[in-house]
Design a protein around this ligand. Structure first.
Ligand code: PLP
Length: 365
């Protein structure tokens, strides 16, 4: 049996893959694959409308938010966000992980040619991002602030800002990179000005990026390139140009699957249960360690752990691979191991890996 612990692209629900296979050569009796039909066709319009409406239901997205299906990965949002929202203002970043740092670095780069300030509220980089930054709200100039940018789940370092710990700075819009815990976790969308996520972890496949934006934050003036302008993209129903049709179709199937599983709250409960099994073992063992300093910040999507030495980490990864536990190696910047256990990751795989971890500990302690 193969279990895919990859952090992204990641495991997809088997039911979704089977449906894709069934429909691949003949989409809704059209005699064509969904990849071959026009994005302007009635059939595809139904696909994107249904995907959008299911995502709105699943996340209880209020009507004053637009849902955009874009390209360029979450990384393109690192630039689009300041371009659209920050001009003439101050853009604040709380940096608790490598991707939060990337978002900030892109904003700094852009601020050299565009009229806005990119401000870091601090970073936990010097402690290898082993905990989340405590945000000092008094550092935010509320009058001039365009937004406060956070990453809700640090994919590489295995930390999460759980809903009860979301920062609130009065009227300053909160912007969240939710790439690695969107739909794994039940956040109240109305607390955010903008949410974005690459699809290749919990929503489907690479090539699609979801942006959920409160309407009042849409660009007022037409000054940006059209493909960079949220307002133009929203006005055109995410079809200013040819959208990533297959990735949208697939995300639509994933949204239906999430509904069939009982919705986000239900999957969150299962995800918590899956993560608990790892953390219980890590806490009981003298062999395994979690690099995350605060228990309350441990991710339920990416469980990072180490053994007593780099050599044992390497042996663990090798033996695990041989047993069919794939992509368990930690990110090169952190080392150790990382089990990414997004929505589609089956609980049996967690049970099997936990069993293997116990055996490995016995053999090597
Ligand atoms: C939290 C987070 N943000 C951003 C990214 C970058 O996403 P993309 O590769 O879609 O640009 C990733 C990728 O792993 C991520 O985990």
């Amino acid at each position: 049996m193969i279990y895919n612990f990859g952090a992204g692209p990641s495991v997809l629900p088997k039911e979704v893959l089977k449906k894709v296979q069934e429909e691949l050569l003949d989409f809704e009796k059209s005699g064509m694959s969904v990849m071959e039909i026009s994005h302007r066709s009635k059939s595809f319009q139904e696909v994107i409308d249904e995907a959008q409406s299911n995502l709105r239901d699943l996340m209880s997205i209020p009507q004053n938010y637009k849902i955009l299906f874009l390209q360029g990965g979450a990384s393109t949002q690192f630039s689009m966000i300041p371009m659209n929202l920050a001009l003439g203002k101050k853009a604040y970043y709380a940096i608790s992980g490598a991707f939060g740092k990337k978002a900030y670095d892109e904003a700094v780069k852009l601020s050299q040619t565009l009229d806005f300030e990119a401000i870091s509220l601090g970073s936990t980089q010097s402690e290898h991002y082993n905990h989340l930054l405590k945000i000092d709200k008094s550092k935010v100039d509320e009058k001039m602030a365009a937004y406060l940018h956070i990453t809700t789940n640090n994919t590489i370092e295995g930390t999460t800002i759980f809903p009860e710990n979301l920062p609130e700075v009065n009227s300053v819009p909160l912007i969240a990179d939710m790439s690695s815990n969107i739909l794994a976790f039940d956040y109240d969308v109305s607390k955010f000005g903008l949410i974005y996520a690459g699809a290749q972890k919990n929503l489907g496949i690479a090539g699609l990026t979801i942006v959920i934006i409160r309407e009042d934050l849409l660009n007022q003036k037409e000054s940006l390139s059209s493909m960079m302008d949220y307002r133009i993209l929203a006005q055109n129903g995410s079809m200013y140009n040819t959208p990533p049709t297959f990735a949208i179709y697939l995300a639509g199937l994933v949204f239906k699957w999430v509904k069939e599983q009982g919705g986000v709250k239900k999957l969150e409960a299962i995800n918590r249960q899956k993560a608990r099994m790892f953390y219980d073992l890590i806490d009981q063992s003298d062999f395994y360690q979690s690099p995350v300093l605060n228990e309350a910040e441990r991710s339920i999507c990416n469980v990072v752990f180490t053994s007593p030495s780099k050599e044992l980490d390497a042996l663990f990864v090798q033996k695990a691979e041989e047993k069919g536990f794939k992509s368990i190696k930690g990110h090169r910047s952190v080392g150790g191991m990382r089990a990414s256990i997004y929505n589609a990751f089956p609980i049996e795989g967690v049970l099997e890996l936990v069993k293997f971890m116990k055996e490995f500990e016995e053999e090597n302690k």
